[in-house]
Design a binder for this molecule. Structure first.
Ligand SMILES: Cc1cc2nc3c(=O)[nH]c(=O)nc-3n(C[C@H](O)[C@H](O)[C@H](O)COP(=O)(O)OP(=O)(O)OC[C@H]3O[C@@H](n4cnc5c(N)ncnc54)[C@H](O)[C@@H]3O)c2cc1C
Length: 601
C-alpha cells in the first residue's frame, strides 16, 4: 500500500463499524468489539448474561449526562458538588474517583456492568467477555489515578457489593500445613475504612492497608499497598495469605503459598486488573501497637538560604532519628519556603515521640525569629490505637480531621480524611513518583540530596512519603515484602517522592466545569522539571505502580524491576489471550493504548 492510501485507510478505520474483526494465525481476534460492530452481543445474549447473574446486569449511564442539557444546570452543579464526596462517587457504578488526567485519559463509563455479589457472578461476566471478545474492566474502590478501572465500550465487573468481612483467630490457607494465624477475609468490594472498623475498632487488631479510607482493598493489595505503618508491618501485599479469584478461563481459583503459588506471588504487587478478578482476600492481622500518634508542624523559612538549611537539617534529623520502623507518612517541601510536617508513629508514647523531635525543633527555635516562623506550632498527639479509625471518636475528639458522607441517611461511619478531600473527583494535571534510595541518607550524600530537594521545591510541592519505602523497616516487614512482585528497589528506598498537580472535578465540554487545560499543561511541565531534579540523583529509582506518571517511560522496569519477567510468565499462563488489560499493566505492551487492538506478534 502506498503512503497516501495507507493514511487514508487509517483515517477511516475508526469509523468503519461493519468490518468483522481480523484474526491472528492462532484464530484469536486482533480487535475486541465495540457497540454497533459485528459481533457485539445481541439483546438476547445480554439477557442471557442478566439471567446468569441473577438480574445484576446494569446498563451504565454517566451521571454527567445531566450536564448535556443546558436547562438542567442546577442538577449539573449539584453533581459537581457531590463529586467532592468520595462515598457518592464510590456508590455510583458509572463514576471514578479521578474524573480524568489532562492529555492522558478522561473518564467514560462502560456500556454494561455486572454488579457482582458472588464469585459465580464474576465468573459469568468473565466468560461472557471472553466468549464475545469484549473489553473488560474491573472496578472496586474506583481510586485508580491512571484510569485503570474505566474504559468506554466495555463490560465492567463492579465489586462494590462484595463487602463481607470475617475475622479469623486461626487461619490456615487451603492446602497448607502452616501454623494457624489471626487473619481477616475481605470481599473484593471492601474499602479500607470498613476493614479498619472491623479489624481495629471492633476487633482490636491491626491490618496493613492504605492511608485513604475509601480506597478499595483489592486494588491496593494488588498494587503493593502502603499505609502509615508499612515500615513496621510491610506492604499490604506482604500480608496476603490467600486470595479467591476468577481467572480468564472462568475458573474460580484459590491462590496461596501452597496452591497456584505463582499466581499468588503475582497478585502481591503485580498490579490489579491484569491477572484475573479477585473476589476475596485474606490478610494476616497483627497485634495492635499500644498507642499511635502524629507530629504536625508547618515551618516557614524567611529566605531561600534559610529554607535550604532547614531541608539539610531535616535530612540529617530524618537519617538519625526517624529512619526506623516507628515512623511513617509525609513531609512536604513547598514553594514559598514551607516545610509541612505530617508524620505518624507507632510503638512510642507521647513523651518518647516528643523526645525524638526535641533536637530538631530546638534547632528551628534557635534560629527564630530571624530565619523561621511557625505557621502551625509543632504538636504531638497520641491516640489510643483502637480509636485511630473509630469514626465516632475522631468526630468527637479531633475536629476537622475527618469529613463525613453528607448524603441523607448515609451510615455515620462513612468518613474520610479531610486531607483526601482535594483528590475527590479531581482532575490530574501532572503526577510522578520516584523511590529514593537509602544511600542518599548517607552523610556524604545528604548535601546533594538537600540541594536537589530544594531545587525541586522551587517548582512544585515535593512530598516525601517515608512509609512507601521499606529501607529502615522492621526485618520481618522487609522479609515479607521481599516475597512479593513489587520492584525489589522498594526494599532499598527510604521514601517515595511524589510530585503532582491537580484541579477540581471537571469534564471536557461541560460549560462552567471544564478542566483548565492551560494550567494543567503548565503544571505537568513543572512536575516533570521538579522530578527531573530528583532523577539526577536516582535515575533508576523506580516508581510505584498505583501512584505514578501516566507516561512513565520504561514502566515495566520502573514498577517491577527484576520481577517483571516472572510476572510476564504468570500472565502468559493464566491469561494467555490477554483478556485482562489495564494501562501499563503486565502484558499491556501487547495491546493498543485503549486495550482494544492486539499488536501483531
Ligand atoms: C485518594 C487516594 C489515596 C491513596 N492512598 C494510597 C495509600 O495510602 N497507599 C497506597 O499504596 N496507595 C494509595 N492510593 C493508590 C491506590 O492504592 C490505588 O489507586 C488502588 O489501586 C486503588 O484501588 P481501588 O480498588 O480503590 O481502585 P480501582 O480503580 O477500582 O482499581 C484499581 C486497579 O485495581 C483493579 N482492581 C480493582 N478491584 C479488582 C479486583 N477485585 N480484582 C482484580 N483487579 C481489581 C482495577 O481493575 C484497577 O486496575 C491512593 C489513591 C487515591 C485516589
Amino acid at each position: 500500500m502506498n503512503r497516501r492510501r495507507f493514511l487514508a485507510a487509517c483515517a477511516v478505520a475508526p469509523f468503519i463499524g461493519g468490518l468483522a474483526p481480523q484474526a491472528l494465525a492462532s484464530g484469536r481476534p486482533l480487535s475486541r468489539v465495540r457497540p454497533g460492530q459485528p459481533g457485539w452481543p445481541s439483546p438476547a445474549q445480554w439477557d442471557g448474561l442478566r439471567q446468569r447473574v441473577g438480574g445484576r446486569l446494569i446498563e451504565v449511564h454517566s451521571p454527567l449526562q445531566a450536564c448535556a442539557d443546558p436547562v438542567a444546570k442546577a442538577a449539573c452543579d449539584d453533581l459537581f458538588r457531590e463529586l467532592k464526596n468520595p462515598y457518592f462517587i464510590g456508590d455510583d457504578v458509572g463514576l471514578t474517583q479521578t474524573t480524568g488526567w489532562v492529555d492522558a485519559w478522561t473518564y467514560q463509563p462502560s456500556v454494561y456492568a455486572v454488579a457482582a455479589e458472588t464469585a459465580a457472578d464474576v465468573a459469568a461476566a468473565v466468560d461472557f467477555a471472553r466468549d464475545n471478545n469484549l473489553r473488560l474492566v474491573v472496578k472496586g474502590g474506583g481510586h485508580s489515578y491512571l484510569g485503570r478501572s474505566n474504559a468506554p465500550d466495555s463490560l465492567l465487573i463492579w465489586t462494590r457489593r462484595m463487602n463481607a468481612i470475617a475475622l479469623h483467630d486461626a487461619f490456615v490457607p487451603q492446602g497448607c500445613t502452616a501454623a494457624p494465624q489471626p487473619a481477616v477475609s475481605l470481599g473484593a468490594g471492601v474499602i479500607w475504612g470498613q476493614a479498619y472498623d472491623a479489624v481495629t475498632t471492633k476487633g482490636g487488631r491491626y491490618v496493613q492497608g492504605g492511608g485513604c479510607l475509601t480506597v478499595g482493598v483489592a486494588g491496593l493489595v494488588q498494587a503493593g499497598g502502603f499505609g502509615s505503618f508499612s515500615k513496621a508491618f510491610g506492604t499490604a501485599a506482604a500480608s496476603l495469605l490467600e486470595a479467591e479469584m476468577v481467572t480468564a478461563d472462568g475458573q474460580v481459583r484459590i491462590a496461596n503459598a501452597c496452591t497456584n503459588a505463582d499466581l499468588f506471588w503475582g497478585l502481591k504487587g503485580g498490579g490489579g486488573g491484569s491477572l484475573g478478578v479477585v473476589t476475596r482476600l485474606t490478610l494476616r492481622t497483627h497485634e495492635l501497637p499500644a498507642s499511635l500518634g502524629a507530629v504536625h508542624a508547618l515551618i516557614k523559612a524567611n529566605s531561600e538560604a534559610a529554607y535550604r538549611r532547614l531541608i539539610g537539617r531535616f535530612a540529617a534529623f530524618y537519617a538519625d532519628s526517624l529512619f526506623n520502623p516507628n515512623w511513617g507518612e509525609i513531609v512536604t517541601l513547598r514553594p514559598g519556603n514551607l516545610m509541612d510536617i505530617k508524620m505518624v508513629f507507632q510503638g512510642l508514647d507521647q513523651a518518647q515521640a516528643e523526645a525524638v523531635w526535641r533536637a530538631f525543633f530546638d534547632w528551628v527555635a534557635a534560629a527564630m525569629p530571624g530565619d523561621y516562623a511557625y505557621r502551625t506550632q509543632p504538636h504531638v498527639v497520641t491516640v489510643p490505637s483502637r480509636r485511630v479509625w473509630d469514626a465516632a471518636f475522631l468526630k468527637a475528639n479531633i475536629p476537622g480531621l475527618v469529613l463525613s458522607d453528607d448524603r441523607p441517611g448515609a451510615p455515620p461511619g462513612n468518613v474520610f480524611w479531610a486531607g483526601n478531600l482535594a483528590e475527590a473527583g479531581h482532575v490530574i494535571y501532572g503526577y510522578e513518583s520516584l523511590w529514593l534510595p537509602r544511600a542518599l541518607l548517607d552523610t556524604s550524600r545528604q548535601e546533594a540530596m538537600s540541594d536537589a530537594l530544594f531545587a525541586a521545591s522551587r517548582k512544585r510541592p515535593v512530598e516525601l512519603h517515608s512509609q512507601k519505602g521499606l529501607a529502615g523497616a522492621a526485618e520481618e516487614a522487609v522479609a515479607a515484602t521481599r516475597e512479593t512482585a513489587t520492584n525489589p528497589k522498594v526494599l532499598d528506598a527510604f521514601a517515595l517522592a511524589i510530585i503532582g498537580g491537580e484541579g477540581p472535578p471537571a469534564y471536557p465540554g461541560v460549560a462552567g466545569h471544564e478542566p483548565d487545560v492551560g494550567a494543567a499543561r503548565r503544571q505537568a511541565a513543572e512536575v516533570t522539571e521538579a522530578m527531573g531534579e530528583l532523577r539526577k540523583l536516582a535515575p533508576e529509582g523506580g516508581a510505584y505502580f498505583a501512584e505514578s506518571g501516566f507516561f512513565e517511560p520504561r514502566w515495566q522496569e520502573a514498577y517491577w524491576g527484576t520481577s517483571y519477567p516472572r510476572l510476564r510468565e504468570v500472565k502468559r499462563k493464566y491469561d494467555p489471550d490477554g483478556l485482562f488489560f489495564v494501562h501499563h499493566g503486565v502484558g499491556s505492551e501487547d495491546w493498543s493504548a485503549d486495550g482494544f487492538t492486539r499488536k501483531s506478534p
